[in-house]
Design a protein around this ligand. Structure first.
Ligand code: N01
Length: 546
């Protein structure tokens, strides 16, 4: 069948036969990849984007309370000094609309829009071995082709909709947070049910509770959360940051997870109980993901982690007035930060409000949705609006949503049936000239994403430049190198406490039937970037080039 398909392409060359590269997605990754290949290498490139504007994650995630939990000044591109000097962030953590404005500014400033085709979702991509080109088919039925295919589809962009019977007959409105409508949803006076207490549910809960007549939160797994301590960015802070950008970026790039701050050199077990408490209190007051850096071993030593987990549990019990509700909100089945830790603005405080109810659906599971609301095993909850904050089919979901076929018609869905297998998270054996930005097997979601994205985009750009200089046209991961990398990714995860959270999306555990494989590379961002650099320096060791 592969040869039949090849013949079809030969007899009818698809549109864009002249393209060097196709990029899928116009978020942080796709925009920068376009800029690098077009403006630095002079290639002809087209970006295909499902939405009607740039923004990626931030195009789709417009739910109430959506803001980034990396701080604005470093959740941004570092490649242009002019850009980072001219853009003014207004808050410590940027709101979704502010990030969209920023990416819109980047698209305009670097004249990127003319090479982006919006409202174009890719359905399939097939490697044509005879011509060494990728043929891409969109959902609208258009066909395009290019030598290189680069996915910039994000890690958290395929919405996870639980299959709860009865939704189609629900008389109210319902939304998934990752597919939020462009216009605001008015919760005023409404009875709202929210399912899910990950980062998203924890951000949305306090904001919805302010407006709704009543909010019912359906919690399956209680979660740790650290106060964000958001606030406006002052002119002085902004000035100091801009003056120090070179050092900030360098620190981000050389850190374990792309955040420009130091991790303590102390073990949580080396200090006295009083000092430990004082450090945790200071980190709690300061707020944000930096809490994890209070001690160096929170993610590697269970006893050390217990001290942080206990500290947060005590905080929850002190904030939530009703001891029974506090108990339900207290996480007990996984260590702190082994699931991606949320940060919040008054999340636990919200359960002290009179118009908020917490339902433990582990104790009494949701059995269905009725025309009037949600039914659990022991009660009916009448609702006007249901919000699914149920997360994503992470990392592999956006890639496997497309029918990607490599050599001899080999399907990515089959190659990854038992979990993702890649070399460096950048390429899949059997799929030449396909690059996966922040793909499974790379640090991606364990880092401040723009750092991981810039590193991948720049590596791919240099790889293609080198091939051009050497007169090569094909690059493909060596299967043995990919197998070694998969083993290394497993080892890196097992050297941490991360696999202990057996309901985490890092492991695919949130999607029924998904293979349980720890997907991101936990060996650290700086270490990973060094490995990628060395691979390139050794003539792209582990890749076959021709
Ligand atoms: O998704 P999640 P998210 N029935 O998977 C529950 C990033 N992010 O959208 O834990 C009932 O974390 C599920 O329960 P359980 C960040 O990396 C960043 O919140 O599986 N409940 C869980 O409580 C984050 O980690 C930012 O038992 C069901 C929740 O839904 C990632 O995105 C903001 C269910 C899903 O939590 C994903 O976060 C937001 C079912 N069938 C997100 N299925 C910032 O930058 C799932 N759940 C701030």
């Amino acid at each position: 069948t592969a040869s039949t398909r090849t013949k079809v392409h030969e007899s009818a060359p698809p549109e864009g036969a002249e393209l060097d590269a196709l990029v899928i997605g116009a978020g942080f990754a796709g925009l920068y990849q376009l800029l690098c290949l077009r403006d630095r290498l002079g290639l002809s490139v087209r970006v295909l984007e499902a939405g009607d504007d740039v923004g990626g994650t931030w195009y789709w995630n417009r739910y109430p309370g959506a803001r980034c939990d990396s701080e604005s000044y470093y959740y941004s591109y570092s490649f242009s000094e002019a850009l980072q000097q001219e853009w003014n962030w207004t808050e410590r953590y940027p709101q979704h609309g502010e990030i969209r404005r920023y990416l819109g500014h980047v698209a305009d400033r670097f004249d990127l829009r003319r090479d982006i085709r919006f409202n174009t979702r890719v359905a399939a991509a097939e490697y044509d071995e005879a011509n060494n080109r990728w043929h891409v088919t969109t959902e609208g039925g258009e066909r395009l082709s290019a030598r290189f295919l680069i996915t910039a589809v994000g890690c958290l962009s395929a919405a996870n909709f639980p299959r709860i019977p009865g939704l189609e007959a629900f008389r109210g409105r319902w939304y998934h947070t990752g597919r939020w409508p462009q216009e605001d949803v008015d919760f005023t006076g409404q009875r709202v049910g929210l399912i899910g207490t990950g980062s998203t549910g924890i951000q949305a809960t306090p904001v919805i509770a302010e407006k709704a007549a009543h909010l019912t939160v359906f919690q399956r797994t209680a979660n740790y959360s650290i106060p964000a301590r958001n606030g406006p960015m002052s002119a002085e802070e902004l000035k100091a940051i801009k003056a120090d950008y070179a050092a900030i970026r360098e620190k981000g790039r050389t850190s374990i997870n792309g955040h420009p701050f130091d991790v303590s050199e102390h073990s949580a077990l080396d200090v006295t109980p009083e000092e430990r408490l004082a450090r945790y209190e200071a980190a709690w007051e300061r707020g944000g993901l930096r809490f994890r850096a209070a001690f160096r071993d929170l993610l590697t030593d269970k006893a050390a982690n217990d001290t942080a987990s206990d500290f947060i549990r005590a905080k929850i019990r002190s904030i939530v007035k009703d001891p029974e509700i506090a108990e339900r909100l207290t996480p007990k089945d996984h260590p702190f930060a082994t699931k991606r830790p949320p940060i919040d603005t008054e999340y636990f405080e919200t359960f002290n409000r009179g118009n908020v109810t917490l339902v433990d659906i582990k104790a009494s599971p949701i059995v269905g949705i009725t025309p009037d609301g949600i039914r659990t095993s022991d009660a009916d909850y009448p609702l006007d609006i249901i919000v699914f904050a149920t997360g994503f089919d992470a990392m592999t979901g956006p890639l496997l949503a497309m029918d990607i076929r490599g050599r001899e018609g080999q399907r990515l869905q089959e190659s990854w049936a038992a979990g993702p297998r890649s070399y460096l998270g950048l390429q899949v054996a059997g799929f030449p000239n396909l690059f996966t930005i922040t793909g499974p097997g790379s640090p991606s979601v364990l880092t401040n994403m723009p750092v991981a994205i810039e590193q991948h985009v720049e590596w791919i750009t240099e790889c293609i430049r080198t091939m051009r200089d050497e007169g090569l046209t094909r690059i493909e991961a060596d299967p043995a190198a990919a197998e070694r990398w998969v083993a290394h990714v497993n080892d890196a995860a097992n050297a941490t406490l991360l696999p202990l959270a057996n309901s985490s999306w890092y492991l695919g555990a949130n999607v029924p039937g998904k293979p349980r494989v720890f997907m991101p590379y936990a060996g650290g961002m700086a270490n990973y970037a060094r490995i990628c650099r060395e691979v390139a320096e050794k003539g792209y060791e582990g890749f076959r080039r021709s």
